[in-house]
Design a protein around this ligand. Structure first.
Ligand code: ATP
Ligand code: SKM
Ligand code: MG
Length: 167
């Protein structure tokens, strides 16, 4: 069984994915980290040099590879659901959990981190709201379960994921 986490920036996919992997004793992968390792560069550099399109191509290659494994936990990037090819890999190869979070909390949780190029703008709230309007239907389409992370500490989110998956 594979568990794939989707959701917006700051939803907690990387944090929850790591905790879940410890809890279930399964290997953990973070598609953003694997993209950086393969590129030998960080995400801001990839966006600068190759544009968002270049990043998305790298993301698809990584998701195609990682989802072929068995018994892994995978945290995806916030925009991983944009390509239908990615959504198919995720849907067909594991249980998909949508970590849902309010824009207010996304702002709070991403404020100090400069590693998210799409948020390096004057008005990150507006950007996050626009992204959510476009992406929420895609997260909903791809997922098997929605788990809210507002008002829940990471440990509680992990127990809720185990509960909805009956594990
Ligand atoms: N349930 C939670 N309660 C409180 N803080 C949280 C929770 N989940 C994550 N955080 C904090 O929010 C920040 C962002 O979390 P994280 O990097 O895991 O998000 P992400 O979904 O992986 O984002 P991205 O899509 O940009 O990779 C981290 O500082 C983390 O400690
Ligand atoms: O929401 C997004 O489009 C992104 C989220 C991050 O996880 C990274 O994948 C990157 O910064 C783009
Ligand atoms: Mg992450």
């Amino acid at each position: 069984m594979n568990i794939f986490l989707v959701g917006p920036m700051g939803a907690g996919k990387s944090t929850i994915g790591r905790l879940l992997s410890t809890e279930l004793d399964l290997p953990f992968f973070d598609s953003d980290k694997v993209i950086e390792e393969r590129a030998g560069a960080n995400i801001p550099w990839i966006f600068d040099v190759e544009g968002e399109a270049g990043f998305r191509d790298r993301e698809t290659a990584v998701i195609a590879d990682l989802t072929c494994q068995n018994n892994i936990i995978l945290a995806t990037g916030g925009g991983a659901v944009l390509k239908s090819e990615n959504r198919s890999y995720l849907k067909e190869r594991g249980s998909v959990i949508y970590l849902k979070t309010s824009v207010e909390l996304q702002i709070e949780r991403t404020r100090k981190d400069k590693n998210r190029p799409l948020l390096q703008t004057e008005d990150p709230t507006q950007v996050l709201q626009k992204l959510m309007d476009i992406r929420d239907p895609l997260y909903q389409e791809v997922c098997d379960h929605v788990v809210t992370t507002d008002k829940r500490n990471p440990k509680l989110v992990v127990s809720e994921i185990c509960r909805v998956l009956n594990i």
